[in-house]
Design a protein around this ligand. Sequence first.
Ligand code: ZN
Ligand code: ZN
Length: 199
Amino acid sequence: MSGTPKNFAMQSLPSPPLCNPGSSGHPFLCARRCVYVMKRGWCHVQSCKYCHLDHYLPVVKLNKRQRHLLQRLDRKSKIDLLLAAFRRGLQRAGLTDQAGSFIYLLEDVASMQPEPEAPLNKRRIDDLLKALKRMTLNDNITAFEDVLPEQVIQSFQDLRRSLAPTCDAPMTMSSKAERSLKEALEEFPLQAPALTWLL
Ligand SMILES: [Zn+2]
Ligand SMILES: [Zn+2]
């Protein structure tokens, strides 16, 4: 009863659960950081769907105009955009090979969509694509969830789980992640030609 809250906190801080669902695929395919981990350093929710490991890149979100454009796009254009953004993200993360079957599936889905009827505003599309390419792969998927078949979402979750072992050694992975993210940062700003994703 007389123990100060400070001592109590020092002694009984539970270590964060490893490999909670949100941390799977860290650092490139995991969910956004858990607010509890950010604010108080730990989170006791074993089934937490947010990442419990260290992140070094700022969260990139779409602005209002980009969100509005995304909402109005046809399915084919959306999936093409996702493919372009995702390929770039995988390349940055060095995961292109591991994600081969996921990309193959997504390309298959894209090829089955009818071409858009209305011409697209290339400049705005390019602005949207630039933002998407700076987002995490998990945020990419979330932004397009409404047009993705269940099979694709499942394949993405499988890919994340296949990378889950990183959660077993968070300390080592943190330094590794820091290095590779620094390398990734050096690549910014992206120099994507405007229409790469259309080709
Ligand atoms: Zn993470
Ligand atoms: Zn959490």
